[in-house]
Design a protein around this ligand. Structure first.
Ligand code: PMP
Ligand code: GLN
Length: 388
């Protein structure tokens, strides 16, 4: 996507899957169950009449639940009235924050590859997105702190962090976060951190919010959302929290984007957040099994998956199949194997040093993943694949 007005890669690939009947491992849209009580609470809220605008800053019960969640899990104390704002998904929180805090002449620094909304938000605000490539390190991805230092200029205004990270599945380590935080303090940057996958962290990896590091709470806006945590991506309820003056600036923009949204959803999510730990433990088990099933299938099919410690996605190296170009591979994959994936280059804003990476999502039921793996493995014999 080169302009904010173009169709997103997710829309394009989901449409391709629909048209071709391929298994859709492109868009990160789960087909997994949600907590039963959450679903019935929404229905009850609707029937009980919670159907008019909530306050523009969000349903008080949800603001209280978010403040309590941040305190309980991370020890971050928040004033639920001044320091928490409910938004229409994380998407609106990110857009409103970028619009509130940056404009022409400002630079927003983020890591490449990155979630595609970041570049679109920068274009909407008129700021310049400066990307710092994540280094490929063995079977994973790592921070290059020299490259980050080199990217910072007197125009740098905002550092946009995403951990756990889409599209790589990376969880930034405490050491990496410490180095990022040090540079942000040194350059007096505001940090906008997208933590929508905060609960989906596997194999003992741990999510550490950058706001908990010394000197960071006062310069950090933290974004999260119910979509991934409860498998309700269609509800579009997110939130942003941080220092009152920054949240007020975001709220001032947000009121003209959507004013408010989804009263019954907000009310029900407020209830579910209190018990999120128990629910998320179960969900992590389901997702980690899906990841292992998919990684095993990709390996058996001769592709090379990278490690994913979190989130919904696996990166795979397609070169063993003779492809060097992710977009071409993804255009041909539905025909070749009946599977849709997304070229990682769609998330790359700077120089693409790894055009052979492709993103596969594993937030699907085991039968869909098994079907995809079976289809891919039918192509393992080199003779079954076209010459590249
Ligand atoms: N940030 C990241 C990293 C994402 O993967 C997504 C996709 N869900 C979003 C933000 C958007 O979240 P929401 O659906 O809550 O707007
Ligand atoms: N976050 C999802 C992904 O990365 C998609 C969100 C969207 O379709 N905008 O696939």
């Amino acid at each position: 996507m080169s302009r904010a007005t173009e169709t997103s890669i997710f829309t394009e690939m989901t449409e391709l899957a629909r048209r071709t009947g391929a298994v859709n491992l492109g868009q990160g849209v789960p087909d997994l169950d949600s907590p039963g009580a959450l679903l019935s609470d929404v229905a009850s809220a609707v029937l009980a009449g919670a159907n008019q605008y909530p306050p523009a800053t969000g349903h008080p019960a949800l603001r209280a639940a978010v403040a309590e969640h941040q305190r309980r899990r991370y020890g971050i104390a928040l004033d639920q009235d001044a320091e928490v704002l409910v938004t229409t998904g994380a998407t609106e929180a990110l857009a409103a924050a970028v619009l509130a805090l940056t404009g022409p002449g400002d630079e927003i620094v983020t890591f490449d590859p990155c979630y595609d909304a970041y570049a679109a938000d920068a274009r909407l605000s008129g700021a310049t997105l400066v990307t710092v490539g994540l280094a490929i390190d063995g079977d994973g991805f790592a921070l290059d702190s020299d490259a980050l230092r080199a990217a910072l200029t007197p125009r740098s205004r905002l550092l946009l962090l995403n951990s756990p990270h889409n599209p790589t599945g990376k969880v930034f380590t405490p050491d990496e976060l410490g180095r990022i935080a040090e540079l942000c303090r040194e350059h007096e940057l505001t940090v906008l951190t997208d933590e929508v996958y905060e609960h989906l962290v596997y194999d003992g990896a741990r999510h550490l919010p950058i706001a908990t590091l010394p000197g960071m709470r006062e310069r950090t806006l933290t974004v999260s959302s119910a979509g991934k945590t409860f498998n309700v991506t269609g509800w579009k309820v997110g939130w942003i929290s941080g220092p009152a003056e920054l949240v007020a600036a975001v709220a001032a923009v947000k009121q003209w984007l959507t004013y408010a949204s989804g009263t019954p959803y907000q009310e029900a999510i407020a209830g579910a957040l209190g018990g999120v730990e128990e629910w998320a433990k179960e969900l992590r088990g389901v997702l980690a099994s899906g990841r292992d099933l998919l990684a095993g299938g990709l390996t058996a099919a001769g592709l090379r998956p990278y490690r994913a410690d979190a989130g919904y996605f696996l990166q795979a190296d397609i070169r063993p199949w003779g492809f060097a170009d992710g977009p071409r591979f993804c255009r041909e994959l539905p025909e070749l194997a009946g599977v849709v994936a997304i070229p990682t280059s769609a998330f790359q804003q700077g120089v693409d040093t790894a055009p052979w990476l492709v993103r596969f999502s594993f937030c699907r039921r085991p039968d869909a993943l098994r079907e995809a793996v079976t289809r891919l493995s039918a192509l393992t014999a080199p003779s079954a694949r076209p010459d590249r």
